[in-house]
Design a binder for this molecule. Structure first.
Ligand code: C2O
Ligand code: CU
Ligand code: CU
Length: 501
């Protein structure tokens, strides 16, 4: 009996391996049998292309994720998460209002805008106020996202819902042969894992182990929905994956082994699709896949366990071994066919025309970054340190915990720099604001296939070498950040900041 048969054989809410809840899709023969509430919904769409205006309001709301038990949540323009913002190149006048009783920010993760418009920790929108950055969008099409970024509170605030997706488009996807019918053959999938208490309320109760390993949940949520099924046409479908989890690292694959064709990474299209059997997606990363559903089958998108969690979590060397002994894989999202949906694309495009990064050139001086978790690790005194907002010390980059008052680097605008990032404990997704980079090497080898395009976030497990191009200016008052995108690590001090001029 393979995993799929196991899924089909189980009935009702089946707790699998790690306690992930999913109802097997096998009980539905087609989308017609799928109850409306089980059908995955796309985030609302906010198309800014005609108006050149973007209105977002951070607000509180009540969410009922499990069908019983309400949670007080937050979102942009709605009670949890925010709309998918469709934008194109050109001026975009944004207005972000904050109706919450605490400061938030609106960071545009993946947009290349100057530091004063970036929405980082130096740009809080106080309670009851608004922020009006005049954005100028000038970069190739991509899937980006936005989220709050208050230092020390990012993890809790994002967890409670302050995040959403951005689709930057040039309207030429038909020419590229790419699916672009929102919610039909072009699916936006925000992956988040959450915890719930006995009364069905979503909870964020971090203890020291959660800070150490990053906070993970036992219930999978896609677009803020639990236990849903994606209905797709019998053709080629585009999946825009956004890892909006606080800490969980996914390694995605289909249970029937069907290939996933990677067409875009953080910074936009690849030149040609890359076939993957598994896709590693760390917090903050995006990937666009094409998947062929024309066979009419009902595959399940699965993930391997998070290498940072579980018994092998702290001991990098035996992590792989643990995973072969204990199967920690879990279902992320089942798919069913919906014959009523139009089939628009039946062939994979040969080329996408994305400009591949090629930053090699005059040798730039290298900067080294070590992502530190403290010499004592979990056993040491670092745990009880006074830094890191009282949670624990030791989280730092190059030995220095984040300090809002300290500019760590001054970078020349227009330069390309070699950044060598290394870890000694756990794997950390390293993110840079206001810049795109090329992964040059990963532990001395060529980058993984999913890291060959333009990136703004990359999972570092050992030593990863990057070439980073700094085109956007940032003053000392509103510097750019670089940090681990495990939000508990970021809040605890694994972050630095830089000015560009
Ligand atoms: Cu996605 Cu500094 O953030
Ligand atoms: Cu960012
Ligand atoms: Cu980290």
């Amino acid at each position: 009996m393979n995993r799929r048969h196991f899924l089909l054989a189980s009935t009702g809410l089946a707790a699998l391996g790690t306690g992930f809840l999913v109802r097997p899709p096998g009980e539905f023969l087609s989308a017609r049998d799928l109850p409306g509430r089980r059908r995955l919904q796309m985030p609302a769409r906010l198309d800014t292309r005609a108006s050149g205006r973007l209105e977002l309001t951070a607000m509180e709301g009540r969410s009922n994720f499990l069908g019983h038990g309400e949670t007080l949540t937050t979102g942009f323009n709605q009670s949890y998460l925010g709309p998918t913002i469709i934008m194109r190149e050109g001026p975009l006048g944004a207005n972000v209002r904050n109706t919450l009783n605490r400061a938030v920010t609106a960071h545009w993760h993946g947009l290349l805008v100057p530091g004063e418009h970036d929405g980082g920790p130096h740009l809080p929108i106080p309670q009851g106020e608004f922020w009006k950055p005049d954005l100028e969008i000038a970069q190739p099409p991509s899937t980006a996202w936005y989220h709050t970024h208050i230092h020390g509170a990012t993890a809790q605030q994002v967890y409670s819902g302050l995040a959403g997706v951005i689709q930057l488009t040039d309207g030429r996807d038909d020419q590229r042969g790419l699916p672009s019918d929102y919610g039909v053959d072009d699916l936006t999938l925000v992956l988040q894992d959450r915890r719930f208490d006995g009364s069905g309320r979503m909870v964020y109760d971090v203890d020291m182990m959660d800070v150490m390993h990053g906070f993970t949940g036992d219930t999978m949520m896609v677009n803020g929905q639990v236990d849903t099924v994606a209905a797709v046409p019998k053709g080629i479908v585009r999946l825009r994956l956004v890892n909006g989890s606080n800490a969980r690292i996914y390694r995605l694959y289909f249970d029937d082994g069907r290939p996933m064709h990677l067409v875009a990474t953080d910074g936009g299209y690849l030149d040609t699709p890359v076939v993957l059997e598994r896709l590693r997606l760390a917090p903050g990363e995006r990937a666009e896949l094409l998947v062929d559903f024309s066979d009419g089958a009902m595959p399940v998108l699965m993930s391997d366990g998070d290498p940072n969690q579980g018994p092998g979590g702290m001991m990098g060397r035996i992590r792989g071994l643990v995973d072969t002994i204990i199967d920690r894989s879990f279902p992320v999202l089942p798919f069913v066919q919906d014959d009523s949906l139009p089939v628009r694309i039946t062939r994979l495009p040969e080329a996408l025309g994305g400009p591949m990064p090629n930053l090699a050139g005059p040798r730039t001086a290298a900067r080294r970054f070590s992502l530190d978790m403290g010499a004592g690790g979990m056993m040491g005194r670092g745990m009880m340190g006074r830094r890191g907002r009282g949670m624990m010390g030791g989280f730092a980059i190059n030995g220095r915990p984040f300090d809002m008052q300290r500019i760590d680097l001054e970078i020349a605008r227009g330069s390309v720099e070699r950044w060598i990032v290394s870890t000694s404990m756990l794997a950390h997704p390293f993110h840079i604001h206001g810049a795109l980079f090329q992964v040059v090497s990963d532990n001395g080898r060529a980058p993984r296939p999913e890291n060959t395009g333009w990136k703004d976030t990359v999972l570092v497990d050992g030593t990863t070498e990057l070439l980073v191009r700094f085109d956007m200016p940032a003053s000392r008052e509103t510097p750019f950040m670089y940090h681990c995108h495990i939000l508990e690590h970021e809040d605890a001090g694994m972050m630095g900041q830089f000015a560009v001029s």
